[in-house]
Design a protein around this ligand. Sequence first.
Ligand code: C2O
Ligand code: CU
Length: 455
Amino acid sequence: MGAAENRRREGGGATTAVSLVSTEGAVDLGATQVITWTYGGELPGKEIRVQRGDVLKVDLSNRLKVPTTIHWHGIALRNDMDGVPNLTQSEIPAGGRFTYEFTVPDAGTYWFHPHVGTQLDTGLYAPLIVEDPEDGGDYDTELVVVLDDWLDGLGRSPADVLADLRTNGMTMEHTGMPGMSMPQSDLLGGDVGDVVYPHMLANGRTANAPHTFATKPGQRVRLRLINAGSDTAFRVGVPDVRMTVTHTDGFPVVPVEAETVLLGMGERIDATITVPSSTTALLAVAEGRGAYAQVIIQSGRPVDPTTSDAAATQLTTLPALTVRDIEAAESVRLPDKAPDITHTLTLEGPGDKYDWTINGRTYDPNDGLPIQPGQRVRLRLENSSEMFHPMHLHGHTFQVVDKGRPGARKDTVIVLPDQTLEVDFDADNPGQWLTHCHNVYHGETGMMTVMSYEA
Ligand code: C2O
Ligand code: CU
């Protein structure tokens, strides 16, 4: 099973066994019912919770009519359990089964989803929470919030959307008319996305029929925010309540106060809040799209959920905390070291056929970026397009290079249009690892590459 996995097993953690089913069925979003794909008929899928150092054993039974896999987003796991078809495993056929079994080395907020086609844009997603017995966080209770942009089961499937984008390009997708421009966001430095979504969801619910979290005034709540969207960045906040951000992508940061936080697709943020004395809402505004999702934080009398409309508009005028405002906690900083190798990834698109590329090429599993075990690797992410790209690395947690201070440890980071952002990681987990844009329509049309190294 490999030396890196053997080292992870030395802690002698317990084994947590979970059975999962990927299945088609009806889901109630609040505003509407849809037929979609989920894990176990629930949206989001039921959370998996383990302790750091444990072995997670998940038996997946695929009851879909199509093949699938599971990717354990953000986990530095053994490569053969990473869920990338034709790279780390073969697809699990319709009616087939597969057992994922791996050690979970780091605490934090993670999630899982398929890595086949546009399946990420269905209901196939769920949280994976890894607790650390020594985390000692300053909170009474937790609220996990999974955000999503939703279109499946309402006439056009994610596969239809991709086919449309390929045929007609982005402008048609947005306006139905050639030559009209797409919505823009200052915070995202350009286009907000490529796809029109009828609904925004928090914990599987539309804003008019939200999930309610029952709590008490004065409670300290650890929010675990997960953006499971495919094409939407969310700006999240609780009106008049300060958040103390404590972790990004699972890893601790120097605690920092924020009024709102920005999450690109695939990113997670943990933040602590103190519950106010009257009922309020955690609002997740789809950045630049004039829509939002919410979770009601009920500490007093119930409220009519539509009263959040004004607060959601107000939220977009507040400052948003981004990766540039975050420093890694001392305990998780990478040791100072000059990079042994630097790879530049120029991010471009969309071409005529809606191709998104890295260094001018679409994804080819046989053609990646060479690295060697033990190297400190620097990725220079150079965005030459007009849209932001949340760039994700499998199997490692990089550190954002920020002049003069230790940037956040992350596995997914937004690269803005015309921005160049550098991240460093240590090649300490041999295998074949994807790095790609977590916009599923960008990744699927080519914005992915692979880094391989053997022990
Ligand atoms: Cu969450 Cu390769 O993805
Ligand atoms: Cu992208």
